[in-house]
Design a protein around this ligand. Structure first.
Ligand code: ZN
Ligand code: CA
Length: 315
């Protein structure tokens, strides 16, 4: 009897260990780089550069073949060196996330970078981060977002368009659709927008296109921004008026707070903010803050609502 329960306990511990090992964050590599600073050549540094490039902190010319920049050639050649560009990128990240702007990949910076987050870049405007920084040499700290932000060019829905329709792609689980619909209702109650759900079959039958399409996708899903398995990037959405919202099908999603899981409604609230025209906010309590912790739920914040009111002149 004692042996049996010991074996049971043991197998439970083993199962737990297997489960937690089965889902390492794609941002796990950051742990090995903790403490790195200018001049260092740690293994896996190119992954850090890719991370910072993905979220807008290092200029990448992948989507911009016409921009000629010696800097980016340096980046490619010196992928393994912690160079000036990387130090500057980390400092900008630290300013955005209210961390001490040391340019060193310290423990707090690693902890912040490892949190699950939105796939939308933190810095979008400007083709070259370096050029933008040079323009603002005397006001370097202006790069810090102090509150809500809009996309470059402030794209928004036309003034006449206050009711937006949304549709879920076929593979969307019913509970997910319910949670995401609740997120739309929250935005409706705080702004001048209303949202109407269209059933997928009706949409197809009547050949109507909804303003917003929501779907769950895994890994590479054809839009050039592949998802990354559990944790890491949770979802992304387009600025107005494209109306595309994708969530990572591989997340351990939950409805409500649950340790180790990601609250669906919280992430949906964030991504809808993008659909309406908000970019990332550095206000930690704002729904438009880029990252969330597992087991955490968030609601709309005054900063988010102010942002929409200013964008649509409904203050
Ligand atoms: Zn986002
Ligand atoms: Ca993910």
């Amino acid at each position: 009897m004692a042996l049996a329960s010991f074996q049971y306990l043991f197998s439970c511990i083993l199962l737990f260990a297997l489960l937690s090992d089965a889902h390492p964050s794609p941002f796990e590599f950051l742990k090995n780089l903790q403490g790195s600073q200018k001049g260092d050549k740690p293994q896996g540094l190119n992954q850090l550069k890719q991370y910072l490039s993905k979220f807008g902190y290092i200029n990448s010319n992948i989507h911009n073949p016409n921009v000629q920049s010696l800097e980016s050639e340096d980046n490619i050649n010196n992928d393994h060196i912690f160079d000036d560009a990387l130090e500057s990128a980390i400092r900008t990240y630290q300013l955005n996330y209210h961390l001490k702007a040391t340019g060193i990949l310290d423990a707090k910076t690693v902890a912040s970078m490892m949190l699950p987050r939105c796939g939308v870049s933190d810095i979008i405007n400007g083709h070259s981060r370096m050029r933008a920084a040079r323009k603002r040499t005397h006001h370097h700290h202006h790069r810090t977002v102090s509150h809500y932000k809009f996309f470059s060019g402030s794209p928004k829905w036309p003034a006449s368009k206050t009711n937006l329709t949304f549709v879920f792609e076929n593979n969307t689980p019913a509970e997910a659709a319910t949670a995401i619909s609740r997120a739309f209702e929250k935005w409706a109650s705080a702004t001048h927008f209303t949202f109407t759900r269209i059933e997928n079959n009706i949409s197809a039958l009547c050949n109507t296109t909804a303003d917003i399409t929501i779907g769950f996708h895994s890994r590479d899903h054809g839009d050039g921004f592949p998802f990354d398995g559990p944790y890491g990037v949770l979802g992304h959405a387009s600025p107005p008026t494209r109306g595309s919202l994708h969530l990572d099908a591989d997340e351990p999603w939950s409805i409500g707070p649950m340790e180790g899981h990601i609250d669906m409604e919280t992430v949906a609230l964030h991504e809808i903010g993008h659909l309406l025209g908000l970019e990332h906010s550095s206000v930690e309590g704002a729904i438009m803050y880029p990252s969330v912790s597992d087991g955490m739920t968030k609601d709309l914040h005054g900063d988010d609502v102010q942002g929409i009111k200013e964008l649509y002149h409904t203050v």
